[in-house]
Ligand binder design. Structure first.
Ligand SMILES: [Fe+2]
Ligand SMILES: [Fe+2]
Length: 496
């Protein structure tokens, strides 16, 4: 385990210079990555100075260094948590045996698939968010968006390092394909559905970073328990970065709720039309965006009853959330998970019947439970904002069965409480439950850029504090004068 080499062309703490073959391979992937970043990364802001944190160490404290940097010059690097020499495989049939330092031949394809699927989400989210800079509500938010974007880029580096180091030619080809697929592209889409959906406004961005990045957090937590040690160490460090992404999402939505509450109190009404006329986003619209992004994100955990999940757990490729701390039985050959499974009811309304699923086959659902629990805490904190503002309204998560496009609930209709209903009934109520065309066009109409220090768009409250001990009003982005006016025209108002 080397120290962090920040001077290297690719900053790393994996002693890259000791492995010339790997170093050459990664150095030849680097220009392709940069070309992808220029093409598909944040549009129109590549020449500007952004106040970003960069990883400079892997210690628990003080790994981040803050400074102005142009995004294409960001020091994307390879950082793994230090290894602990006596680490054992935490779960499955080989629990207790020494963790693998090389890919076990039998599980090579499964591991590669797991890594590629995770890796694919990282550039995908950058692509989904590439136009958002043009409509940022403040410099503070613009900076946070770009921080998330460069770190997703680094997460791609983390996964590509594993592919290049441990999977030979296949790995190199997968690394190239990761730069070839494009979010939302009909011929060559990203692997998972949610990562092909456009993120076109900041309410969606904050929902995405709350719910979809949180899926990422739980996938990484499962991989952090992997018996394949390099994967566990890579994902552990990624998790330290992921925390900021969820902070951006949760506080972003929280500030929109705050603004809605303030306007309702000021106008002494909860009429959505009145709230909108005042330039804020009404709570029913916020609830519909929660329903949409939460239901899309719960799909990402995979099938409720899954042979793959059982295999991955048995092989020790993935563990449960906090496998070592929370469980005593790490082998899990006994035990059942009681799951409501939909059955035909003659009509098109599902009949739910509880079935007993062997625990190993329910591993996706177990991780989904932990995810949903975490999301519930987030919604509780959002509701506390309403409570503090003396508002009676409350937001909630829809049931996991609502609006599903994957798994056993797909093809059936459920209301947000999870009750089976007919497809016709769902259709009839869907404007109450999911964002309508007019919701989307209203939210979009608010998306005009506010890019002067100390200013904040009217539809969102300012944060309580800024980044790195600064005020939120601080100049987090310094625009390159030469490039102002280039791009989609978000910045011309800045000059004179
Ligand atoms: Fe990520
Ligand atoms: Fe993330």
């Amino acid at each position: 385990m080397g120290n962090v080499d920040l001077q290297a062309r690719i900053p790393n703490n994996v002693d890259l210079k000791e492995d010339r073959r790997l170093q050459r391979a990664l150095e030849s992937w680097q220009p392709d990555y940069l070309q992808w970043w220029m093409e598909m990364g944040p549009e129109g802001f590549q020449a500007d100075q952004i106040y970003l944190r960069t990883a400079v160490d892997v210690g628990r404290e003080g790994w981040a260094h803050f400074d102005y940097v142009k995004m294409p010059e960001y020091r994307w690097g390879i950082f793994l948590e230090p290894s602990s020499p006596d680490r054992a495989i935490p779960c499955g049939d080989f629990a207790g045996q020494p963790a693998w330092q090389q890919v076990p031949g039998e599980w090579r394809n499964s591991l590669r698939r797991i890594i590629v699927t995770q890796a694919d989400t990282e550039p995908a989210s950058v692509e989904q968010q590439r136009l958002l800079g043009h409509t940022a509500p403040s410099l503070y938010d613009l900076r946070n968006l770009f921080q998330v974007n460069v770190e997703e880029g680094r997460h791609l580096w983390a996964m590509v390092y594993l592919l290049h180091s441990y999977f030979g030619r296949d790995g190199r080809e997968e690394a190239e394909d990761l730069l070839r697929r494009r979010s939302g592209n009909a011929d060559s889409p990203r692997i998972l559905g949610t990562f092909n959906e456009p993120v076109e406004d900041w309410l969606s961005f904050f929902m995405f970073t709350t719910f979809t990045d949180r899926d990422g957090k739980f996938q990484l937590l499962a991989l952090a328990e992997s018996g394949f040690d390099p994967l566990a160490r890579t994902t552990r460090f990624m998790l330290t970065e992921e925390a900021h992404h969820m902070f951006v999402g949760e506080t972003g939505v929280g500030r929109i709720i705050q603004r809605a509450a303030d306007v309702m109190n000021e106008l002494k009404t909860d009429d959505p039309e009145a709230i909108r006329n005042h330039g804020a986003i009404d709570l029913p619209t916020i609830q519909r965006y929660i329903n949409r992004w939460f239901s899309s994100s719960v799909n990402l955990f995979g099938g409720e009853i899954s042979n793959n999940a059982a295999t991955y757990f048995a092989a020790g490729l993935k563990g449960r959330y906090k496998e070592e701390d929370r469980f005593e039985d790490h082998v899990v050959v006994e035990g059942i998970y009681e799951m409501p499974v939909p059955h035909q009811n003659g009509a098109d309304v599902a009949r739910l019947a509880t079935e007993e699923i062997p625990l190993r086959n329910a591993m996706n659902e177990i991780l989904r439970d932990d995810y949903i629990g975490d999301c519930e805490f987030v919604v509780d904190r959002w509701n506390r904002i309403l409570e503090k503002a003396d508002r009676p309204e409350r937001l909630s998560l829809p049931n996991r069965r609502f609006n599903r496009e994957m798994g056993i609930y797909r093809g059936w209709s459920f209301d947000p409480e999870g009750n089976p209903i007919s497809a016709i009934e769902f259709e009839r109520r869907s404007a109450d439950w999911l964002p309508t065309a007019s919701d989307k066009s209203y939210v979009k109409s608010l998306m005009t850029p506010v890019l002067e220090p100390g200013k904040m768009a009217a539809w969102i409250a300012p944060p309580r504090k800024g980044i790195d001990g600064k005020d939120w009003e601080w100049e987090y982005v310094r625009f390159d004068k030469a490039s102002v006016g280039i791009g989609l025209g978000a910045k011309p108002s800045l000059i004179g």
